[in-house]
Design a protein around this ligand. Structure first.
Ligand code: GLU
Length: 605
C-alpha cells in the first residue's frame, strides 16, 4: 500500500512539471535549479540571487549564519513584498562546534503607546483592509537587530561584509520576473496612494515595471550602506529611525488619495528599545527523531510538536495512507484548538508549554480522536495546565474572537524561508516576513524599504476589554505561525526546513515532515507533494491544493467524512536534507511562487 500511495504522489508531482526554468511563471530564464546535492555548504531560497549571495559568502569562508543573513538581505531587494528590514523573523541555528541549537526571536513588537482600544472604532473593529494599510499595524521592525545579533553570536563575518551582495544587487539591479511583476500588480492601487512607494515600485505610467526590465533600488542600497557603516544604531537611532517614526505617525499619503490611512503611535524610544531575544528551542521527539522548533511568540514549534506527539501513536506502515492522513488531519485539528486557546507572547501570557509537550497530555487528547470519521466541527481545547508542575490556575473559557489574526484566514500571503548549511556542519533555518504581500504598502521615503503590517497578527476579541492570549497590548509581540525547524537523529542532523503561508505554515511543515520521515519521500518530492491543511475549521472542511483534492487519497478521506476547499497553492518551502554519505541535498519549491533556487558549494553528480 505504501509503495502504491507513494507512486500516486509521485505521479501527481511529475504532472506538475519537474523544473522551474521551463514552467510558466518561473522567476527567470537563467534556469535556477530547485534541487542540488553536494558538499561544502548549501543554500535554498525562493530566489536565485539570494541563493547566489549565500553561496558567495560560503565560498569566501563564511558560515551558514553569514550565508543566511546575506540571502535575507538580498531578498529584501529582490523579494521586497515578502520580507526585509521593515519586518521581522525567527531564526533557528545549529552550531556544530557547540552541538547546540539556538533560536533568535526578532519578531516585530507593538509600540509602547499602542493601547488595544486603537484597534476599535465606533463600537466596532477598525476594518481589516484599513488596518493592513496603516501606521497602526506597523510593529517595531526586528530584522536588522536579528541579523546583527545572529552574526555577533553565531556568525563569522561582520554585517558590513555580509550586506555587500545586497548592496550590489540593489545598485546594479535585477531582471523583473513574472513573480515580482504579479506581486506588484496586486498592489498597484494602494502603492499609488503613497508617492514614496509609487516612485519606487511603479513606472512613470503608474504600472508595474514590466517583466524583463532592470529594477534598481538606490534608496535601499543607501540604507544598507548606512547600516554597513554605522551598524544597528544607524537603523534604530538617528535619521533612519526618525524617518520610520515619521512614516508611521504621519503616513506619506498622496494628495487626493481616496483611502484613509490611520496613523500609528511608534516613537524613537520604541525603536531604541527594540531587542532580539535568544530563546530556548522547543524540543520534541517523533519516532526517534529530535525536533528543534521555535518557541513563542511563534506558535509554530509548539503546535507542530503537539501534532506529531498525537500522531506518533499511529504507525504509517500499518495503515492505509488515507487512514493515516485522517489521523494527521484530526491531530492537527486538536493541536490548533490548543494553539488558538492558549498561545501568545510569553511576556504577557502564561503559556502551558510543558503541559502541551507532555506525552500524557497527548495521550489524553488522542483518546478523544474519532479514528473512523472526520470531526464535524471545531473541537474544544484541552487542559494542558493539568499536565505541568506547578499547574497554574485552570483555564477559563475563551472569549469569542471577533476577528482572528490575519494569518488565520488570509491566504496566499507572503513571507519567505531560507535554509543554509556550511562545510563545518552549521545549519540555519530562517523564516522572515513583513506579513501581507507588500506589508503595509508604505516605503519609508528615501530609504527604499516597505514597513510591515505584522500587528494584524493579533486576535481581536469582540470588545477591547475582553481577555485573549493573542490580543494586542503595548510592547507585545503578535503570535506567529512561522515554523523554522531542525530535525536530528542520534545527535546527527537529518533535515532543516520551513515555509511561508500564514497559519498553513505549521501544516505545510508538518505534512512535509510526515512525507519525509514517515513515507520516505525524497526531499524534492516531499516539497512538491500536493498540500492539505486542517486548522480546527468550524466544519469538516480542510483547505487543500487542487492536486490534492483530485487525488485518490482525498477521495478516500471524503468517504471518512472529510471535505476539501480549493485554497490554491499553499506555502513555499525550502529545505536541506543531510544524507548518510555526508552530502547534503538542498531543495526549494519547483513550482509554487514561480519556483525557488537551491545550490551547493561543490555539487556531486
Ligand atoms: N505573519 C505571518 C506569521 O507570522 C506570516 C505571514 C505569512 O506567511 O503569510 O506567521
Amino acid at each position: 500500500m505504501r509503495r502504491l500511495l507513494l507512486s500516486v504522489s509521485a505521479t501527481l508531482w511529475l504532472g506538475l512539471g519537474t523544473g522551474c526554468a521551463s514552467a510558466p511563471g518561473a522567476r527567470s530564464s537563467s534556469a535556477p535549479s530547485a534541487t542540488a546535492t553536494g558538499r561544502g555548504g548549501a543554500a535554498a531560497t525562493v530566489d536565485e540571487r539570494a541563493t547566489a549571495a549565500a553561496l558567495e559568502l560560503l565560498k569566501a569562508g563564511g558560515n551558514a549564519v553569514d550565508a543566511a543573513v546575506a540571502a535575507a538581505s538580498v531578498l529584501g531587494v529582490t523579494d521586497p513584498y515578502s520580507c526585509g528590514i521593515g519586518g521581522g523573523g525567527f531564526m533557528v541555528v545549529y552550531l556544530a562546534q557547540d552541538k547546540r541549537v539556538y533560536t533568535l526571536d526578532h519578531r516585530e513588537t507593538a509600540p509602547q503607546a499602542l493601547e488595544r482600544s486603537r484597534f476599535y472604532e465606533n463600537g466596532g473593529l477598525v476594518p481589516f483592509d484599513a488596518l493592513v494599510t496603516s501606521g497602526l499595524s506597523v510593529g517595531v521592525p526586528g530584522s536588522l537587530m536579528g541579523w546583527s545579533e545572529a552574526l555577533r553570536l553565531y556568525g563569522s563575518r561582520p554585517l558590513s561584509d555580509v550586506l555587500q551582495p545586497a548592496i550590489r544587487v540593489a545598485e546594479q539591479g535585477f531582471d523583473v520576473d513574472s513573480t515580482f511583476f504579479e506581486q506588484t500588480r496586486h498592489n498597484v492601487s494602494r502603492f499609488r496612494d503613497f508617492p514614496s512607494t509609487a516612485t519606487l515600485y511603479l513606472g512613470p505610467d503608474g504600472q508595474p515595471w514590466p517583466v524583463g526590465s532592470t529594477f534598481k533600488n538606490p534608496g535601499l542600497a543607501r540604507t544598507y550602506r548606512l547600516v554597513a557603516q554605522g551598524g544597528v544604531p544607524a537603523f534604530y537611532r538617528g535619521e533612519l529611525a526618525q524617518a520610520i517614526v515619521d512614516t508611521v505617525t504621519h503616513p506619506p499619503v498622496a494628495p487626493g488619495a481616496s483611502r484613509t490611512v490611520r496613523p500609528g503611535v511608534m516613537t524613537l524610544d520604541d525603536l531604541a528599545r527594540y531587542e532580539a531575544l535568544v530563546r530556548p528551542p522547543v524540543t520534541s521527539s517523533y519516532r526517534g527523531y529530535t525536533l528543534y522548533g521555535m518557541g513563542m511568540p511563534t506558535s509554530g514549534g509548539l503546535t507542530l510538536a503537539l501534532t506529531l506527539n498525537l500522531l506518533e501513536a499511529y504507525a504509517p506502515t500499518k495503515l492505509s495512507r488515507a487512514d493515516f492522513l485522517h489521523r494527521y488531519l484530526e491531530a492537527s485539528r486538536l493541536a490548533f484548538a490548543d494553539r488558538n486557546a492558549f498561545l501568545g507572547d510569553p511576556a504577557f501570557v502564561s503559556v502551558p508549554e510543558a503541559g502541551l509537550l507532555s506525552r500524557d497530555y497527548a495521550a489524553q487528547r488522542r483518546a478523544t480522536l474519532d479514528l473512523t470519521y472526520a470531526s464535524k466541527g471545531a473541537v474544544a481545547p484541552g487542559n494542558p495546565f493539568a499536565f505541568q508542575e506547578p499547574a497554574p490556575a485552570p483555564h477559563t473559557s475563551l472569549p469569542e474572537v471577533k476577528r482572528p489574526a490575519a494569518e488565520e484566514w488570509v491566504l496566499n500571503k507572503e513571507t519567505t524561508h531560507i535554509t543554509t548549511s556550511d562545510a563545518a556542519g552549521n545549519i540555519v533555518s530562517y523564516t522572515c516576513t513583513i506579513e501581507s504581500e507588500g506589508g503595509n504598502g508604505m516605503v519609508v521615503p528615501g530609504y527604499g524599504f516597505l514597513l510591515n503590517n505584522e500587528l494584524t497578527d493579533f486576535d481581536l476579541p469582540a470588545s477591547p476589554e475582553l481577555p485573549h492570549p493573542n490580543a494586542p497590548a503595548p510592547g507585545k509581540r503578535p503570535r506567529s505561525s512561522m515554523s523554522p525547524v531542525l530535525v536530528f537523529k542520534d545527535g546527527v542532523p537529518v533535515l532543516a526546513l520551513g515555509s511561508p503561508g500564514g497559519s498553513t505554515i505549521i501544516t505545510t511543515v508538518g505534512q512535509t515532515l510526515v512525507n519525509t520521515l514517515d513515507f520516505g519521500m525524497p526531499l524534492e518530492q516531499a516539497l512538491a507533494a500536493p498540500r492539505v491543511s486542517q486548522r480546527n475549521s468550524p466544519d469538516n472542511t480542510s483547505q487543500a491544493e487542487p492536486e490534492f483534492i483530485a487525488s485518490p487519497e482525498a477521495a478516500a478521506l471524503v468517504a471518512l467524512g472529510h471535505r476539501f476547499t480549493n485554497a490554491g497553492p499553499i506555502g513555499a518551502l525550502t529545505a536541506i536534507r543531510f544524507n548518510p554519505d555526508g552530502t547534503v541535498t538542498a531543495a526549494a519549491e519547483p513550482r509554487r511562487r514561480g519556483g525557488g533556487s537551491a545550490r551547493v558549494v561543490t555539487p556531486v553528480k
